[in-house]
Design a protein around this ligand. Sequence first.
Ligand SMILES: NC(=O)c1ccc[n+]([C@@H]2O[C@H](COP(=O)([O-])OP(=O)(O)OC[C@H]3O[C@@H](n4cnc5c(N)ncnc54)[C@H](OP(=O)(O)O)[C@@H]3O)[C@@H](O)[C@H]2O)c1
Length: 247
Amino acid sequence: MYDFKDKVVFITGGSRGIGRAMAVKFAELNAKVVITYKSRIDHRFFKPKKIHYFKCDSADAKRVKEVVQNVVKKFKKIDVLINNAGITKDTLIMRMSEKDWDSVIDTNLKGTFFFCKEVARNMVKNHKGKIINVSSIVGVNGNAGQANYSASKAGQIGLTKTLAKELGSHNIQVNVVAPGFVETDMTSVLSDDMKKAILKTTKKKAAKPGKVADFVAFLASEDSDLINGQTFIVEAIQMRQEERLYF
Ligand SMILES: NC(=O)c1ccc[n+]([C@@H]2O[C@H](COP(=O)([O-])OP(=O)(O)OC[C@H]3O[C@@H](n4cnc5c(N)ncnc54)[C@H](OP(=O)(O)O)[C@@H]3O)[C@@H](O)[C@H]2O)c1
């Protein structure tokens, strides 16, 4: 069990899904947790947990700078940055509009760039930090119908590898977690048939957001100090019938 007492953990897109599971996890591990959201926040859920929140569109460079400055002013530092905010606008390439391309790239990739840039200044000053970028297995493998999303997620991996080189000498580790299928609002829009087809072909199960949060807690901890510039696929594997007999 890790203890993040006195650590400030900043999570983008923490109001729902994987981000929310991470916010709860880090709050349970005694961190000071700050999250961002774009559209709405459930005050009654976050307030009692003492999780701080800011409305901040990740694609808005001016607002990102303002929010990071506010957080640093209030807490003096940011120990862990988790770039989690993300959207999908899926369709085949021939039907994909420039607007849908831009909005996915702007939120998922440009947003990651904006936050890394602003938070890195504080981490370099403190000679310490962890940045975890939440990409996707689709950024590693590609996926039909997700040209914009897979490009944004692959872009996060390239950005991470470069930042690991630029910031590593300042004792800042930058890594990627690339989840497979996770049960959240993002995947709830898929039809049951589509979900079944994806999980059958990949031989994977839908994972709970909390499982991704568990791994991210490791990457944010001092136990991962020797890991930099790496991409970790995290997904739930379907057990075959015969293997079930032994467990
Ligand atoms: N679910 C999966 O199977 C899966 C698999 C691989 C990777 N991922 C990645 O994991 C991350 C989280 O996904 P999820 O499934 O938890 O998604 P989700 O349930 O749809 O939640 C997305 C979160 O991001 C926030 N957000 C979206 N656009 C934003 C913006 N422009 N600025 C700030 N916040 C914004 C949302 O806040 P609002 O409600 O205010 O918009 C929400 O808190 C994403 O990067 C996604 O690509 C998910």
